[in-house]
Design a protein around this ligand. Structure first.
Ligand code: CTP
Ligand code: CA
Length: 222
């Protein structure tokens, strides 16, 4: 019974999380996207909710069932995700970019389905806005967390992202391993932080890992 009266660690806190892929349209029926399942971001949203936080989950198209007891916002493109993330950014205590944002979008988006042409089709791509970096530039008191999906030089790339995006933590995972990461139910990560020693989390279910990560980020809140 005593558990009933135990204050939850994230009570009265606001947590904003992004999950899943983004989609950049070429024309009304064709698009660029990636294999992100959204599982890690969804697990983080559930863990934050269970810790007592008011949670908003901004998500690209995902097959997973969305958690109850939180606010969910469905988006498609990186620009839509950016707008949704900025909407209530100022009141957040903890913000986690777990989404796999498409790095490029077509420079032209056609309103009509494009017909086949003779010879090879060339599609020109331009970079999308870096959402995490934008959030980093506008940071006030939020603890800001990003992910890093790497196939090599995990630590070096994660440390560079920490600085470039002005994040407080980067959760790095090795996506060269097929058994963990993107669409798997398990993950193994190392968290790099500003003025923090790296923390390694052994391979475990995304649910358990999410609870451990939320605990680590909660400790960094003032
Ligand atoms: N990210 C973002 N907006 C983008 C691209 C990435 O907010 N347009 C975020 C991701 O959600 C993640 C972090 O930045 O939290 C790192 O993403 P990652 O793909 O590992 O790094 P990039 O900066 O895109 O660099 P690269 O893909 O070349 O490794
Ligand atoms: Ca990327």
């Amino acid at each position: 019974l005593s558990g009933l009266f135990q204050p939850k660690p994230l009570a009265n806190r606001h947590v904003l999380i992004s999950a899943g892929p983004t989609v950049e349209r070429i024309d009304p029926v064709r698009y660029l996207t990636n294999d992100s399942s959204g599982k890690m971001g969804i697990a983080l949203a559930e863990a934050a909710r269970d810790a007592g936080a008011t949670v908003t989950l901004v998500h690209g198209p995902v097959r997973e069932a969305l958690p109850t007891g939180i606010t969910t916002k469905a988006v498609e493109s990186g620009d839509e995700m950016l707008e949704a993330m900025l909407a209530d950014y100022d009141k957040q205590d903890l913000v986690i970019m777990a989404a796999a944002v498409a790095d490029y979008r077509p420079t032209v988006r056609y309103d009509r389905k494009q017909k086949k042409i003779d010879g090879p089709l060339r599609i020109e791509l331009e970079e999308t806005t870096d959402i995490l970096r934008t959030l980093g530039e506008r940071k006030t008191n939020q603890i800001l967390v990003g992910f890093a999906a790497e196939t090599e030089n995990l630590e070096k790339h994660a440390q560079q992202k920490l600085i470039r995006k002005q994040a407080d933590f980067i959760v790095a995972n090795d996506v060269s391993r097929a058994d963990i990461g993107f669409s798997s139910d398990e993950n193994q990560v190392t968290v790099y932080g500003n003025n923090h020693p790296a923390v390694h989390y052994d391979q475990q279910s995304k649910t358990r890992l999410a609870a451990a990560l939320i605990e680590q980020f909660t400790e960094a809140l003032q």
